[in-house]
Ligand binder design. Structure first.
Ligand code: ADP
Ligand code: MG
Length: 675
């Protein structure tokens, strides 16, 4: 059998077991063989019962001296056996199912588990091994313990995997021979065997790491193939003004930071080349990414082409439209806006204008890529705040356009460089790693129910100083017995309460687009003091007069999300405050998140912590966003392996293409564009 054959064709796996395996995400033989043990029972040596110490996990062997089955309180069956090798140890089961059902007086067996003190030494639900009749029990080696689902036992899983290993015909080599040899495996067959039945813990670790390395290399190489293909498609060299960051900065109200200058230089440099740019611009919230995009748009438009800037929401599109106009007006660059809320007449006028004068920046939501929009002169596509974006989505945006436009992707989730190189290996990376100078501090405070009154007084005080306040609530009331209100109810109370006289607007995802823009504009222009919202404001809103961010039910939000919200304040010269309001019932994990956030303002540290706490799937988005679920590699922890994978040479083009096709199943059917 091959790695991408169905497991249900495997001997001993009928439809029922195939269904159970499917619950574990296992449908193919390869998926089965990459279902690695979560832990090991080290049964290389059998320990005399007399020397068993409570708290240790170990293996003993002996004969069943006595057996007692009885019904415990609550109707459950309790099975208790006394095993002896001279000294007795109690084996306790709270169920009469296998393996307890096989226990008999006089039987010789091997038991592995953690020793407890329960009227003398005992093991609760130990792993049992019954030697074939008449044979001495011997200690088997490293016994794998797999992640399971109800209906599957460790024994079944071990047997199915052993069968899978037997049936597998040698897979094609993947990693270079030297790498395999250094890890101590002659081929992939030996590697897979060692991953399930290693000689010792060291070999188990090496096998796991080597499989992770395979996975990381394969993904990296596939991305590189995609990149090589797009590089061969002709793009447009854009060579007009601004020629340098300095030239562009001359028209700005402030000097660029060094990091902005570097990123802008890299971007402008790419644009002057005929190969289409594919660049990721990473920078923490508030680091000033927009101005870099503006310079790129200026270059594109002054070269006679269309630039498109796509934002994830209407509110952000409107804001970008405003900022870009500010940055570009003095150059005579026209900036137009198109969103879901743009009426039919305005659309027609826009289309007409763009036919005549394609040299403009078009800012908008996804609507900018609709068929009726005249984009025959499109040469630059800027995508904002779309870190949840895999290689396929990126390809879809530009597919079929000739010449191929330059692409700049802006992300405010600053993930560690090594991880970025793994996930976005088809992109070049620019990082803005410092903040514009002259910003005040943002103080982060965690407060509970008891602190609410004081908080309200504090808010009143800031409002009376002419400052503005964000108040974020969950979209819906989560349950009747939590004190956290939903945004709408909270808004009504605020308007009627003492804060009401400062004026408040409500913003949530369900509102019609036009009303959202109205609300944000009222707040951004200082007409009202308070913006009550759901997390729609998470990304991008830029209101320098706002100094207080209050997040209710903060325990429910992810770390990166909270950091994004906090980034909405601290944009002016004075100090700002972020209040994380938590609930009594918040879990320790939620509190850990809040504490982590209060402890740092560095977006890179927040992103790393978030990856560690929630895992990359949650933070970066998973397959639906085009980012694969790695089966073995851990994107939060395998930094060393990711670095190593950078230096492992890919096989030649033809060989690689075959390999990527053969191993495509690993990425859950995620197909790579053009492969
Ligand atoms: P983000 O990276 O989060 O998109 P923005 O581009 O919205 O950040 O910039 C945040 C704020 O900082 C804006 O008000 C912008 O005008 C301002 N800004 C950007 N660069 C600088 C700079 N070099 N000096 C001072 N202010 C800057
Ligand atoms: Mg932004």
């Amino acid at each position: 059998m091959k790695l991408d054959d169905q497991v249900r064709w495997l001997r001993g796996v009928g439809p029922a077991r195939a269904d159970l395996l499917k619950k574990l995400g296992i449908e193919l033989l390869g998926e089965l063989l990459l279902h690695l043990p979560r832990a090991w029972l080290d049964r290389r040596t059998v320990v005399p019962v007399a020397s068993a110490v409570p708290g240790e996990t170990l293996t003993v062997a002996g004969t069943v001296l006595s057996l007692n089955r009885r019904r415990a309180a609550g109707g459950r069956v309790m099975v208790e056996a006394v095993l002896s090798d001279g000294a007795p140890i109690r084996l306790v089961f709270f169920s009469d199912r296998y393996p307890a059902s096989r226990l008999e007086k006089g039987l010789q067996l091997v038991a592995s588990g953690t020793v407890e003190n329960y009227r003398g030494p005992a093991m609760v639900h130990p792993d049992l091994l019954f030697p074939p009749a008449g044979e001495e029990p011997e200690a088997p080696g490293m016994l794998p313990l797999y992640p399971l689902t109800a209906g599957l036992t460790q024994g079944m899983m071990r047997r199915i995997i052993a069968l899978g290993l037997e049936e597998l015909s040698s897979p094609s080599p993947l990693l270079p021979e030297e790498v395999m040899a250094k890890a101590g495996f002659p081929d992939r067959m030996a590697l897979l065997r060692a991953a399930h039945r290693p000689e010792d813990p060291g070999e188990a670790r090496r096998a796991r790491d080597t499989l992770a390395l395979e996975e990381l290399c394969l993904y990296r190489w596939a991305l590189r193939m995609v990149r090589a293909r797009t590089d061969r498609e002709p793009g447009v060299a854009l060579t007009a003004r601004p020629h340098t960051p300095g030239e562009f900065a001359a028209g700005l109200p402030w000097p660029l930071t060094e990091a902005q200058e570097r990123a802008m230089g890299e971007t402008l440099n790419d644009l002057s080349r005929p190969e289409p740019m594919r660049r990721l611009l990473q920078g923490d919230v508030g680091s000033g990414k927009t101005v870099v995009a503006a310079a790129a748009c200026a270059r594109c438009v002054l070269s006679g082409h269309t630039a498109v800037l796509m934002a994830p929401t209407e509110v952000l599109a409107v804001q970008h439209h405003r900022s870009l106009r500010g940055f570009l007006e003095y150059l005579g660059v026209r900036v137009r806006l198109l969103t879901g809320g743009t009426g039919a007449a305005a659309r027609k006028a826009l289309a007409g204008e763009m036919e005549q004068r394609p040299d403009c920046v078009l800012v908008g939501t996804h609507a900018v890529l609709e068929d009726w929009v005249p984009l025959s002169r499109l040469a630059l596509l800027v995508v904002d705040e779309q870190h949840r974006f895999g290689v396929m989505q990126r390809e879809r945006l530009t597919a079929g356009r000739a010449p191929r436009p330059h692409v700049l992707i802006m992300s405010a989730t600053p993930i560690p460089r090594t991880l970025a190189m793994t996930l976005y290996g088809d992109l070049d990376l620019s990082v803005i790693d410092t903040m514009p100078p002259g910003r005040g501090r943002t103080v982060t405070r965690i407060i509970g129910e008891g602190g609410k009154r004081e908080l309200a007084e504090f808010i009143l005080e800031r409002l009376s100083l002419g400052e503005q306040v964000f108040m974020v609530y969950p979209l819906k009331e989560v349950s009747d017995n939590t004190p956290t209100l939903d945004a709408e109810t909270a808004f009504e109370r605020i308007v009627r309460g003492p804060l009401g006289k400062w004026g408040a607007v409500l913003l949530h995802g369900g509102m019609p687009p036009g009303r959202k823009v109205e609300a944000v504009t009222a707040f951004a222009t200082g007409k009202v003091g308070i913006l009550v919202s759901t997390t729609v404001i998470e990304v991008g809103i830029d209101v320098p007069g706002a100094t207080v961010m209050v997040i209710s039910g903060a325990g429910r939000f992810g770390l990166s999300q909270l950091h994004q919200l906090r980034g909405r304040v601290g944009r002016g010269k004075g100090d700002s405050w972020c209040f994380l309001v938590h609930e009594e019932g918040d879990s320790p994990q939620a509190m850990a998140r809040l504490n982590a956030l209060a402890g740092t303002s560095d977006g890179f540290r927040v992103a790393s912590k978030d990856l560690e706490l929630r895992g990359p799937g949650q933070v970066l988005g998973t397959r639906q966003h085009g980012i694969p679920e790695f089966r073995v590699a851990d994107l939060a922890g395998d930094t060393g392996l990711m670095k190593e994978s950078e230096n492992i040479p890919a096989p030649g083009d033809a060989e690689l293409e075959r390999l990527v096709r053969e191993e495509a199943w690993r990425f859950g059917g995620l197909s790579f564009p053009g492969i």
